[in-house]
Design a protein around this ligand. Sequence first.
Ligand code: CA
Length: 230
Amino acid sequence: MAQKILIVEDEANIAQLLHLYLEKEGYETQIAPDGGKAVELFRSFAPDLVLLDVMLPVMDGWSVLKKIREEGKTPVIMLTAKGETDDKITGLEQGADDYIVKPFETKEVLARIRAVLRRTMGEEENAGGKKLSFDKLVINLDAYELMVDGKRIDTPPKELELLYHLASAPNRVFTRNQLLDEVWGFDYFGDSRTVDVHIKRLREKLEGVSEAWSLKTVWGVGYKFEVTGS
Ligand code: CA
């Protein structure tokens, strides 16, 4: 059965372009031209993923995202205007899975959609086993073990948890606050420098090990575990 994508976009030509392109790629799509219609279609169409523009009539993208998150974990990719870094951070912290900056190429949109769907499906399939493997890297959260190029590297638990968290969603950008909340917990009394320090220590262990992945800083936003060629 075709996967369903809800396109929330008030600019008709962009919406049409995405609709035609994604249908050609085998997805079933519907278009919501405003925020109100988006919430309506989210319920009746039950999409597997939502492409969500931020600036919308009736109800903006943030309000729509909030409604969607009240009902579940359906992946959402925000479409943000160029240069609005604040939008990216707000979106990620409010539970968006990724963002795409306009103007975009349809090819990029497709790649992001596939990555997000693969990731969210993978999470469901892998529930239970907490071991991630990449080229010359195994992060085992069951045994609290980090294997780098075949050797076991002593790693404090929080560092390992942080790396696991980033690597479990390859190429997804996390803000420092998200990482603090999700790895250290809401009640942790610390600031975002804690994250920077842990990333620095991880980098010392992981620098130059493989070309296939790296811990990247996304300027003005946060960090990601980048996997190339996937
Ligand atoms: Ca718009």
